[in-house]
Design a protein around this ligand. Sequence first.
Ligand code: HEC
Length: 276
Amino acid sequence: MGRGWIWGVLCLCSQFVFAAESVIIFKQESAVPQELSLSQLQQRIPSIELTTAEPHTANRLQQYRGFSFNKLLDEIYGEHWRDSEELIFHCLDGFQAMIPVSHFRKYNTVLAYAMPDRALFKLNSEVAYKKEIELAPFYLVWDTEKNLEARKLDINFWPYQVNSIELVRHTENSRTHPPKSSSETVLRGFEAVRQHCLPCHSLNGEGGGKAPEFNYPVNITEYFREEWLKQWIDDPAKLRWNVKMPPLRANLENRPQLIEDIVEYLKFMRNFKQKP
Ligand code: HEC
């Protein structure tokens, strides 16, 4: 028996050590990235608990343990983070959430690392295209009990498996930004694509790694007919069987206009290709 038993214990121990070693990297433009382990964060910032309506499980109440995210940002970047434009959350599965800093000035958030009432840091998602989701190492949760309005935020703004966070001073320097002189439609489309598409897709190499690039080497509008593209964004499952991409969220204001803006922006970026 000896060997198998010892291996069992070794594996268990290494898993335990691995789990205890959650790390997260904080980046800020040219500054040297800071890498911190969970225990280092716990030494610097008090942990708190938050009960909130969980959008992945039809807004059922769920309890989380983590750090007040604004306190954590103060500690890492200093208070001036509030003057930046955006925070990018990079996730282990290739997902990226790009969230305007203004939301963090308005609503309370917690960077969670555990659920006090559960052994595993996992959720059984009720969102159609996902099942069991692993949340570790970190999960951004919004206090939707105190701020009912925060329930309107896109589910893309609840990134899990977060392993690095990047503070972006101006999105203008981004490879996805159209020239400032672009039309209103194109500029609105840029915002919409950053929020609704780039979590999974990339444009000029910037964005998530879960889905195809939009602009390089060939722009998506160069091989996808415009009417089809609009239908695709509305609901990909109407065009292709067994797709993973979710439809654009149903309850968005001005949804048809938003789809127009998205397509106009994507078309416009044909002339601004950059090799990733
Ligand atoms: C949650 C991740 C996710 C989001 C968000 C997302 N997509 Fe996708 N998309 C995918 C995946 C995955 C595919 C690959 C096909 C599939 O399996 O669904 C895809 C495929 C596509 C394709 C087809 C590409 C090809 O060459 O076949 C287009 C066009 C597209 N997406 C556009 C968009 C647009 C525009 C948005 C924003 C409104 C968007 N997607 C948001 C995951 C996503």
